[in-house]
Design a protein around this ligand. Sequence first.
Ligand code: SAM
Ligand code: SF4
Length: 329
Amino acid sequence: MLEDAYGRIATDLRVSLTDRCNLRCSYCMPPEGLDWLPRPELLTTDEVVRLVRLAVTRLGVTEVRFTGGEPLLRRGLTDIVAATAELRPRPQVSLTTNAIGLSRLASPLAEAGLDRINVSLDTLRPEVFVKLAHRDRLPDVLAGLEAAVAAGLMPVKINAVLMRGINDDEAPALLRFGMERGYQIRFIEQMPLDAQHGWRRDDMVTADEILGMLSAEFTLEAETSEERGSAPAELFTVDGGPYQVGVIGSVTRPFCGACDRVRLTADGQVRNCLFAREESDLRGAMRDGADDDELVRRWRAAVASKLPGHGIDDPGFLQPARPMSAIGG
Ligand code: SAM
Ligand code: SF4
């Protein structure tokens, strides 16, 4: 098992398959993009599959989520999903995506064994989409959502980040959109993980604010803490149910004490937290000929040193050197 010094056990592995992206969401990266990782530094398909196999068969991981950057841009994605779904015990296999290209890929991915999908969608207004993501691609995202439902990737979840002065008036409209179409929507507080280091706590739309805006138009009822378990989203039943909306207050309502996640970057570094300042290099070890036992040992050690919390509120907090797109959100 992947256990840390505080008794938390990591069973949920997030694998970044690329740091590249075809959008430029302003809470994530600058309009001009970033210097992408050089190709030789990326894990090959065989290397990704080897590490995922070790995580599932030797380290107790039960859920594998592929992310990025934009994972749909990764060549070999379907093969990686298929190889993961063939592992025993079979893990849950999911994907976080901006859905550009999903209208073409949803069916092949579902056939390869993908179980669930999270689509990022922050606005329903094309002009706001352009302002936020610096690309005019809202229709592609909406088509991708429909394709996900048609391919049976249920329940389709939507992740939305509200940015003050840009889309912070859209929470009720997004919730209504989700309710009408059966997409489960989760509002996520903006975290200090953008490449430009532009995050300001005072600008952040907080979980309390989001709940206030939703409560003005809907009746929300909170789930109990037993129902929540280790899930980062606090769920609220809307207008008597059964539909539920999620709010992820990563900054103002941290859930570090129940965190069950571990991350593998596209260049093969284990990170025990989104906000970790240290990484453990499995790619280098693999390429130097490390056997499975050695990789497992290194991975365990990387998780064992996980800190108790993300420390955003500590006076000495430093944003990690890697932005979200290179860590895998
Ligand atoms: N490109 C894919 C996407 O957008 O879904 C996968 C990678 S993206 C980094 C994963 C998730 O992180 C998205 O839902 C995105 O909204 C979220 N995200 C990115 N930067 C964030 C930030 N600074 N704060 C909160 N969430 C963020
Ligand atoms: Fe790309 Fe996802 Fe970052 Fe947006 S949040 S720029 S879609 S990686």
